[in-house]
Design a protein around this ligand. Sequence first.
Ligand code: AMP
Length: 222
Amino acid sequence: MRVILLGPPGSGKGTQACLIEEKFRLPRISTGDILREAVRRETPLGRRAEDMMKRGLLVSDDIVVGLVEEAVQREEHRHGYVLDGFPRTVAQAESLLRIDGRRPERVLDIQVGAEDLVDRLSRRHVCPGCRAVFGPASPPGAEEGRCAACGGALEIRADDKPEVIRERLRVFEAQTAPLREYYRSRSVYRTVPGTGRPEEVFGRIVGQLEAFLSGATEERRS
Ligand code: AMP
């Protein structure tokens, strides 16, 4: 099963992608994580991407599509994957089809209001070690400023500054939101309310994916 998560920045795509990976054994491909790692390691690709990322703009297609092509063609992704942060434009969606040769089975659009997004993004902390994402407070039992999962030092993402957040949301509306129509017309598009605790949102996602999987099993039987 190939799943695409399509929410705006701050909608919880990364968190939900990790939960999907664990429950459905679908490897996660996150273009944001791959790019941040390249920037951290100061690779030539990371140096090319860094400026656009800092400004909240999209990295050019030749960089991102190349990364996804390499990832999707790996053996471990042959039976499916969950894509977090890709595609972000209709052109990228077309490239994915060319690279993979098959359509995604589900595109889940996690929907959260603009006010909530700004609030979530400006308060979130991330663990660069294990990539866990936290809200403002340290979770119960965790040391202040430390990751509850691996103990690493928590950071604020460079692009979670208020002016960059605004730019990322603007870019989403201008360049990524048109993907909703693109996938809706291909009948793989489903909305998922993104409000509530991560486990509640995940419950809705599980419902969507299990419905798809049982439908696919029925189809094979008939
Ligand atoms: P994310 O972690 O998904 O919020 O991505 C962080 C940043 O990485 C984005 O603001 C972009 O600068 C860049 N990025 C991630 N995925 C893509 C993509 N599919 N196309 C272009 N730029 C991307």
